[in-house]
Each structure stands twice: as structure tokens, then as C-alpha cells.
Design a protein around this ligand. Structure first.
Ligand SMILES: [Zn+2]
Ligand SMILES: [Zn+2]
Length: 332
């Protein structure tokens, strides 16, 4: 069996795993179908994430099938599941309040604990969720990244006829544009890369713009998904008086226009990952609706043995989601 292992930033290898420990009573072994490459994987790869630790097995967006289970596990062998790649203790004050996303003891797979890019992954069964049969593999792999958007949208009231700006059209930004459009909002999706804007237009009748084309126009709600100092500072200027902004993207710091903010009674939210399982279940409900068009968000699917090319494409910033297919095995 093989895993994708990051020795240190920029040094990723295929590593052979000789044997795995026997399953504990509450654990499942899942055979991977797809692994999705995400922005945070790229930041760990580049050494740009402060709380990342090395060496580490990469990856956190995982779709697979249960092939073995401990005696206390209720799922049937063969069940298709998606992984919750962030641990929670279930006991701290924040978990008790339902805020598992900011659990005081949270670990994030592929960032500060071993990740999911291994042909057969062993995890406690509380970290996998079964997927209904009518959600195909190429939608199911989006359940986790899309749950991030579902969660962020719960901070604000995105509905018919409200104006919504999406700043940054990476995978999360594209998913946000699709959901805001689906909910009937007037969506403007922005990116500095014309290739990304073209991808967004393929997802639906969505207005796109380079941020430089927005001349003083403001929006009821701004979703920031680019995560640069510039995009955050610019985004704040795009909020209507009385409007709201949700930050999903992350950068170390940005400056904050206090007077503008106070005088216009703006509201700013931070949003990190999702509540589990509620945001995952909601994500599944959207994705199983055939009117919910996300097919074009996936740009390429490659065997996991071609991880070098896959990471290069993802790092180029010119593609949508890149998937690794773990089903083909490896000749060594
Ligand atoms: Zn992700
Ligand atoms: Zn906790």
C-alpha cells in the first residue's frame, strides 16, 4: 500500500506502507476512491501555513468505501463515505455548544496530523459520513469543501434579489458563486485570473469581473475567498452601508478602515470550516439536486501516482479542482 508523504515543504514522495495496525472497535478502514487537492494542501506543500507540521501524510478531502470495520461500527462493508478531516473532542465547552469546528483540541488532517492520501485509510467511524447513492463520486468528493461554503452562508442571509460579491474564484469561491446563484441572489464573481472567470461563467448565468472593473459599486454581502491582504481590504470597500462581509480566505494581516466600518455600520464575520454533521448533511442535500451545477468545478482527474503533475497544475492557479484517483494501484 502507498501513501503520499510530505517530508518537508516541496518534498513530497510516494511512500510504501508495509503494514497497518489492526482496527480498534470503533474504527473503519476505507479504500480511497478520490482525493481532492485543496488550497490548504498547497499552503502546507509550500510551507506557508503556520500551524502545519512536518513530516506528514498529505491530504484531507477524501471519498472512499468501507472495506473493514471494528465490532462497534454500524456501517456496512461497501458503504461509500466522505471523511470529516478535522478532529473534535466532543467534550470541551465549544464542542458542547455544537461548535466542533473550533474545538479546543482540533487537529486537521494533512496539516498537523497525518492526512488522508493513502490507499487504505483507518479512522474512527465518527469521522466518516455515508453518502446517498444518487450523489455520484465526482459530486461526493465536493461535499467537504462545499460544507465550508454552506457554513459561511449561514452567517448571512443570502436570498433572492440580494446583491452578492464573491471575491476570489478558487474552488471555494466557485462553489460560493454557484450556491449564491442557486439561492437567487444577483451574483458578481471576481478574480484577477481571466481563466477562473471563464470557468465561473460555465457554471451558470453569473456575472464576472476583474476587481479593477468594480468602480465604487457596492454589494449587500461580500464573500471573501481569495485570502490576500489586497482582496480583503478591497472587499471591505465593496460592502453596502449596513451590509455584511464574510471572510473565508486567510492571510496573516490586513489593515482595517475603522471609520469607514463604523460610519457605514458594516458587519464582518470570520468563518472556519463547518459544523459536523449538520453542514455536511446540508451540503449533500444541495449536491444531490441535479439543478445544482458543479460538474465544471473539477478540472482534472489523475492517478495518485501522478501526484507531481497534479500538484503542479493545482499550484499554477489556472485550474479548478484537481482530483487524485486512488483506485489504480501502483507498480512501485
Ligand atoms: Zn479542503
Ligand atoms: Zn472539543
Amino acid at each position: 500500500m502507498w501513501e503520499l508523504y510530505l517530508n518537508k515543504p516541496h518534498d513530497m514522495v510516494l511512500r510504501k506502507v508495509e503494514r497497518q495496525p489492526p482496527l480498534k472497535d470503533d474504527e473503519v478502514k476505507i479504500q480511497l476512491i478520490y482525493g481532492g487537492i485543496c488550497g490548504s494542501d498547497l499552503r502546507v506543500f509550500k510551507g506557508n501555513l503556520k500551524h502545519a507540521s512536518y513530516p506528514i501524510r498529505a491530504g484531507h478531502e477524501v471519498l472512499g468505501r468501507v472495506v473493514e470495520k471494528g465490532k462497534d461500527v454500524k456501517y456496512e462493508i461497501g458503504t461509500r463515505v466522505v471523511l470529516l478531516p478535522n478532529t473534535f473532542c466532543g467534550e470541551c465547552d465549544l464542542c458542547s455548544a455544537g461548535k466542533t469546528n473550533i474545538c479546543r483540541h482540533k487537529k486537521s488532517l494533512g496539516i498537523n496530523t497525518d492526512g488522508g492520501f493513502i490507499e487504505e485509510l483507518i479512522v474512527p467511524s465518527k469521522y466518516v459520513l455515508p453518502i446517498p447513492d444518487d450523489v455520484p463520486d465526482n459530486k461526493a468528493i465536493l461535499i467537504e469543501p462545499f460544507a465550508v461554503i454552506v457554513h459561511a452562508f449561514k452567517k448571512v442571509n443570502i436570498m433572492k434579489d440580494r446583491s452578492v460579491a464573491i471575491v476570489g474564484c478558487g474552488n471555494e469561491g466557485m462553489l460560493a458563486a454557484v450556491l449564491a446563484h442557486y439561492l437567487g441572489a444577483h451574483v458578481t464573481a471576481m478574480d484577477i485570473n481571466p481563466a477562473k472567470l471563464e470557468m465561473v461563467r460555465n457554471l451558470g448565468d453569473i456575472r464576472t469581473a476583474h476587481p479593477n472593473e468594480i468602480n465604487g459599486e457596492t454589494f449587500d454581502i461580500v464573500i471573501e475567498a481569495a485570502g490576500t491582504r489586497q482582496s480583503i481590504e478591497r472587499g471591505l470597500q465593496m460592502v453596502n452601508p449596513g451590509g455584511e462581509m464574510v471572510l473565508i480566505g486567510m492571510t496573516q494581516e490586513a489593515s482595517f478602515p475603522v471609520t469607514h466600518f463604523v460610519r457605514n455600520e458594516l458587519t464582518l464575520y470570520g468563518s472556519i470550516i463547518y459544523h459536523y454533521p449538520s453542514d455536511f448533511l446540508q451540503s449533500i442535500e444541495y449536491l444531490r439536486d441535479h439543478r445544482f451545477n458543479v460538474n465544471d468545478i473539477i478540472s482534472r482527474i489523475v492517478p495518485f501516482t501522478k501526484f507531481r503533475e497534479a500538484y503542479e497544475w493545482a499550484l499554477s492557479g489556472d485550474y479548478g479542482k484537481i482530483l487524485l484517483d486512488f483506485r489504480g494501484g501502483c507498480d512501485g
